[in-house]
Design a protein around this ligand. Structure first.
Ligand code: GAP
Length: 444
């Protein structure tokens, strides 16, 4: 983990947030390469969830959330972690995460600590008009169920996908970007006919496992955990967690829950007319019936929900961990390489003029970069430092799949050298063929 954190800072992937004022615990900022990696991961999720399917629509809701949403969702009552105080050092911890130095000390009895952040809304700050910063993106999807259904005329089964920030006042944020207070989630709420939920749950577990493997996660590093007992969330009939071998241990990367009809039932008006299976809080505040109506029989059904919910930041950490390799080379030296899958690489190609002060070499490099950049396959950069060896090392370290060298043969014969990050093999091709080479490389 330490090597990964150091690389992330040195190369501009991830920084401690608010660092120049001492930092704020549990918050991180994404630098120039981190944001590219994160965006690529989110785009890959969005493409597989929304564009590749015809039964899912996209969505993006506000972060500030009406207190009633989180009252009827059960978060006000149950979204808590057990908090203890160490009477010796005066610090507070999650009861299941007490550091070794405090274990023998006198600790208070655990008490419930709600993880939701509140903020004041509007100009009067007397506590009467507050909103929560959403602790999961899911709730806004549930409360917009009718809006999306009415505007898209979907039939069951169908899903609503969202990527966005979530906030949790974690008692002990830790392990770099693994457990933080502000993070992003990629969540799908997939609405199904009751009775088909278990079959869909299995399908989504398989789908999500396969997707992570396609992002470069070694299948040997993921195990499936059937969540049981007290670990099962209040809304869930069954949950399967994808547990990943993070640098600090095996922990949850994504959870796939069968949320039954709990959420739509909880946020509905006229609950007594709806035959809801889950135990919900009585709701007299909602103005919508969150159900689908059979046009022939007029019968109302509250769909069950299957929810694959993944953390973007945990995804980024897992992808970095998988990609991080220190290779022994034939000459006895080592090279550090981030072997990202090409679609996730922050920079797709570096175009390197052999000499930095040669106008012809530099302008040829810039015009090739511009051509490749316009193909919209990802970021392409010109490296104008005139040191090919150093540039190869840098681009290995940041995971750039291709380095393209512009040399005097380019000016005389129109050829360029393309170096492959993983094999380090170099091939010479005609500069005219670089766009099609580039497209084939990144579209497969
Ligand atoms: N809507 C369901 C839900 O929020 P969760 O298991 O609490 O379920 C889903 O969160 C995912 O969000 C987790 O699998 C994890 O990847 C990510 N996540 C949760 N808390 C996090 C935190 N404090 N820091 C970073 N990621 C977190």
């Amino acid at each position: 983990m330490d090597e990964l954190v150091a690389l992330c800072k040195r190369r501009g992937f991830i920084f401690q947030s608010n660092e120049i004022y001492g930092g704020l615990q549990g918050l991180y900022d994404y630098g120039p390469l981190g944001i590219e990696l994160k965006n690529n991961l989110k785009q890959s999720w969005w493409a597989s969830m929304v564009y590749d399917r015809d039964d899912v629509e996209g969505f993006d809701a506000s972060i500030l959330t009406h207190p009633d949403v989180l009252k009827f969702s059960g978060h006000e009552d149950t979204f808590t972690d057990p908090l203890v105080d160490c009477k010796s050092c005066g610090l507070r911890f999650r009861a299941d995460q007490i550091p070794d130095q405090c274990k023998g000390e006198e600790l208070t009895e655990p008490r419930d600590f709600n993880l939701m952040f509140k903020t004041n809304v509007g100009p009067v700050d007397d506590g009467s008009t507050f909103a929560y910063l959403r602790p999961e993106t899911a709730q806004q999807i549930f409360i917009n169920f009718k809006n999306v259904l009415d505007s898209t005329s979907k039939n069951l089964p169908f899903g609503i996908a969202q990527i966005g920030k979530a906030f949790r006042n974690e008692i002990t944020p830790r392990n770099f970007i693994f457990r933080v207070r502000e993070f992003e989630q990629m969540e799908l709420e997939f609405f199904v006919t009751p009775g088909t939920d278990e079959e869909w749950h299995k399908k989504w577990v398989d789908n999500r496992l396969q997707w992570w493997i396609e992002q470069g996660i070694d299948s040997n590093n993921i195990t499936l955990l059937n969540v049981t007992g007290d670990d099962l969330s209040h809304y869930s009939k069954s949950t399967v967690d994808l547990m990943y071998q993070f640098p600090h241990g095996i922990e949850e990367l994504e959870g796939i829950a069968n949320r039954t009809d709990f959420d739509l039932g909880s946020h509905s008006k006229n609950q007594d007319d709806l035959n809801i299976d889950a135990t919900t809080i009585k709701n007299s505040s909602s103005n919508a019936k969150l159900a689908v109506q059979d046009l022939n029989t007029n019968q109302l059904t509250v769909p069950y929900v299957i929810e694959p919910s993944a953390g973007v930041d945990r995804g980024v950490l897992a992808i970095l961990n998988e990609a991080f390799n220190i290779e022994k080379l034939e000459d006895g030296k080592e090279r550090l390489v981030l072997s990202f899958k090409p679609h996730l690489a922050p920079i797709k190609a570096a175009v390197i003029p052999l000499k930095k002060n040669n106008d012809e070499l530099v302008s040829t490099a810039i015009s090739l970069k511009t051509k490749l950049q316009k193909m919209r396959l990802g970021r392409v950069v010109v490296e104008n430092t005139g040191n090919i060896g150093k540039n190869y090392r840098k681009h290995d370290e940041i995971g750039t799949p291709l380095c393209i060298t512009i040399d005097f043969d380019t000016l005389e014969k129109g050829s360029v050298t393309i170096r492959n990050r993983d094999t380090m093999a170099q091939e010479t091709i005609d500069i005219e063929n670089v766009p099609s080479y580039f497209r084939d490389f990144f579209q497969t």
